[in-house]
Design a protein around this ligand. Structure first.
Ligand code: NI
Length: 201
């Protein structure tokens, strides 16, 4: 490649990297819907007990991954409740499934705060937080769109606008697909059960 061509390539790559950080909700949804880019990937975050957890800890199990925040008034609790109920309905088979909640609001969702929140939905629901960079890397990998929105006049209080898909990952950590927001526990079970019949390594 001629030097001019190489520079053009580098500039294009930089432009794409810049764009990747500010994708709209529509763009991330488009990527997910048509499988345009890989979904998921390695993460290293802190769980509700303060322990470092990585995606590699869950190999051999299916993962249900959900991004949200504990102050979310409706969607997050509804979907987390569906995840918890699905695990209940799976009975002993639920041992082969790891539910994971990753916060998009690490500022307020500390490990201590997650320790009070996640058991409301299921005793095995893992809550993960981390530095804004670590959370940003995980949400980019899963093609999650989120934005902090100020509420009220003082500008101190905020909410988080976010896409809320429940991601299903296989026993090797690879992306299988997503459940749209509002999917019932029964539907989750119906879709997960045949996957559990597939022998894992
Ligand atoms: Ni939410």
């Amino acid at each position: 490649m001629r030097p001019a061509g190489a520079w053009l390539y580098v500039m294009l790559a930089l432009a794409c990297a810049g764009a990747a950080q500010a994708r709209s909700a529509a763009e991330t949804m488009d990527i997910l819907m048509w499988n345009r880019e890989p979904v998921g990937g390695p993460f290293e975050l802190i769980d509700q007990t303060g322990k470092v957890r990585s995606d590699r800890d869950f190999r051999g199990r299916l993962m249900l991954v959900y991004f949200g925040f504990t102050y979310c008034p409706d969607l997050c609790p509804t979907d987390l409740m569906a995840i918890g109920q699905a695990l209940e309905q799976l009975g002993p088979d639920a041992d082969a499934v790891q539910p994971v909640f990753i916060t998009l609001d690490p500022e307020r969702d500390t490990a201590e705060h997650l320790a009070e929140y996640v058991p409301l939905f299921h005793p095995r629901l893992l809550g993960l937080t981390g530095s804004p960079d670590a959370i940003g890397a995980a949400s980019d990998a899963y093609k999650v769109y989120f934005a902090k929105i100020a509420i009220g006049k003082d500008g101190v209080d905020y909410t988080i606008d976010h896409t809320s898909f429940i991601y299903l990952m296989d026993a090797d950590g690879k992306y299988l697909g997503f459940f749209p927001p509002g999917t019932s526990a029964e539907r989750i079970v119906e879709i997960i059960r045949p996957r559990l019949a597939t022998p894992t390594r």
